[in-house]
Design a protein around this ligand. Structure first.
Ligand code: GRF
Length: 195
């Protein structure tokens, strides 16, 4: 049974989709939900599901990323995760932190990587006149939003889309894609999945 820690920064809708997908017959289970924001609503939702939670507020550390990560590692390593999933986690992690979980840290990004790494992905797709958008689950490597692709889901861009309407359409697919990829990954299958 693989132990999965999930890192969040806010509502944690992807975390909930992952946690709920592991509740039944599954090769993994959620052992910790960890946030950089103690007030993250996702922490309350995880606790309501009986999943252990922890938070390390990044704000007191200012620009001291290494200091924040040293604190973050304490509850994370205590949970003994086999796999770490970033799910709406909005802090950039240092190469040293990422390398500590090489080959077993996943992230979901709301674009069809390699297009649009970074932020404001939906507005950028609209500005570019793309006819398709979507989301990508990838292995986390030291280069932001760049690791091996483990899964993608595509959605159409509609003529009257705004960044908000497109984000909502993509988010629905994120909640399908991430659990499907995690199930395969936890079973040792790293072949990319295209929904
Ligand atoms: C989602 O668009 C996800 O792709 C990105 O953060 C957004 C919010 O995710 N990583 P969640 O609702 O907090 O899971």
């Amino acid at each position: 049974m693989k132990r999965v820690a999930i890192l969040i920064s806010g509502g944690g809708s992807n975390m909930l989709a992952l946690a709920d997908s592991m509740a039944g017959d599954h090769p993994a289970r959620a052992v910790l939900i960890l946030s950089n924001d103690p007030s993250a609503v996702g922490l309350q939702k995880a606790a309501a599901r009986g999943i252990a939670t922890a938070a390390v507020d990044h704000r007191p550390f200012g620009k001291d990323r290494a200091g924040f990560e040293a604190e973050l590692l304490k509850p994370l390593l205590a949970a003994k995760p086999d796999i770490v999933c970033l799910a709406g986690f909005m802090r950039v992690l240092t190469p040293a932190f990422v390398e500590g979980f090489a080959g077993r840290m996943l992230n979901i990004h709301p674009s069809l990587l390699p297009k649009y790494p970074g932020l404001h992905t939906h507005q950028r797709a609209l500005d570019a006149g793309d006819l398709e958008a979507g989301c990508t689950v990838h292995e986390v490597t030291p280069v932001l939003d760049d690791g091996p692709i483990l899964g993608q889901a595509r959605v159409p861009v509609l003529a009257d889309d705004t960044a908000e309407t497109l984000a909502a359409r993509v988010l629905k697919d994120e909640h399908r894609l991430y659990p499907a990829v995690l199930r395969r990954f936890a079973a040792g299958d790293r072949r990319p999945l295209y929904l």
